[in-house]
Design a protein around this ligand. Structure first.
Ligand code: NAD
Ligand code: 0WE
Length: 258
């Protein structure tokens, strides 16, 4: 049975009710996990209010700001988690960012700053959060991140995010190798395209979804709940032998050659 009772789970990347992280948080909660939620703070505090109201029914026992570019904020956040929870069992990394202008046009036009920022937020942050989580995972643990096929194959306009996802996927393997002896497992879910805040800002996402509906073996796209169920599985004892893997939750699209 999928049972996460007694497990403390920190979920990053909830922006609204379409976020993949929101689908994951709901499934972890349903499996009995005790939730902590982080949000990306903005000047007006609008994100904080929105995310706070959204997650209220899941009764998170921790609710913290976490901009992964803000080093003191990460340190403070994990100090709070250490003080309030003592141990951490599950870390969900579900965030990415690239400049909008770097997600269309010529990849060779990517700026130095845009490249660095995309890889800092979308790739390095997993390693940084794993470093912070490691000393709190003394009873073992499970770290799950979200990736996309564009890190393995060329997807038009995904551009610098493809390089960031490639680095993220290799980070999963190096982290899994390092943390395995502590019984901390590290895996990624490679999700098919889903309409979210991030993906809806991308031109042509609806055409991509339509294409997947024609080609994928299941003849449809996947939902946030399906990704959430896979995340809950990976975080549970049912997946105790799985680490360093990229699990495709994409209605089978990745296997197709034509
Ligand atoms: P989303 O916009 O709901 O989530 C992206 C999150 O990243 C937001 O919550 C945002 O606040 C957060 N974020 C951005 N910059 C940050 C920073 N500096 N510090 C902390 N948080 C920051 O969109 P989503 O589609 O749910 O994306 C979640 C993850 O899923 C991403 O890693 C994305 O690459 C991945 N993914 C998405 C799809 C898709 O089609 N939507 C497919 C495969 C993988
Ligand atoms: O990983 C993603 C989304 C990543 C993303 C999206 C945005 C849009 C708004 C990162 N940063 C930003 N920055 C913004 O300003 N996906 C897998 C969804 C996605 O994004 C694409 C896709 C797909 C699918 C971009 C181009 C082509 C396909």
């Amino acid at each position: 049975m999928l049972d996460l009772t007694g497990k403390n789970a920190l979920v990053t990347g909830i922006a609204n009710n379409r976020s993949i992280a929101w689908g994951i948080a709901q499934q972890l909660h349903q499996a009995g996990a005790n939730l902590g939620v982080t949000y990306l703070p903005d000047e007006k505090g609008r994100f904080e209010k929105k995310v706070r109201e959204l997650v209220e029914p899941l009764n998170p026992s921790i609710f913290l700001p976490c901009d992964v570019q803000n080093e003191p904020q990460i340190e403070e956040g994990f100090q709070t988690i250490a003080a309030q929870w003592g141990k951490l069992d599950i870390l969900i990394h579900c965030l990415a960012f690239a400049n909008k202008e770097d997600l269309s046009g010529e990849f060779s036009a990517t700026s130095r700053e845009g490249f660095t920022q995309a890889l800092e937020i979308s790739s390095y942050s997993l390693t940084r959060l794993a470093k912070a989580a490691k000393p709190l995972m003394n009873e073992g643990g499970s770290i799950v991140t979200l990736t996309y096929l564009g890190g393995v194959k060329v997807i038009p306009n995904y551009n610098v995010m493809g390089i960031a996802k490639s680095a993220l996927e290799m980070s999963v393997r190096y982290l899994a190798a390092e943390l395995g002896p502590k019984n901390i497992r590290v895996n990624a879910i490679s999700a098919g395209p889903i309409r979210t805040l991030a993906s809806s800002a991308v031109g042509g996402i609806l055409d991509m979804i339509h294409h997947v509906e024609q080609v994928a073996p299941l003849r449809r796209t996947v939902t946030q709940t399906e990704v959430g169920n896979t995340a809950a599985f990976l975080c549970s004892d049912l997946a105790s032998g799985i680490t360093g893997q990229i699990i495709y939750v994409d209605a089978g699209y990745e296997i197709m050659g034509m």
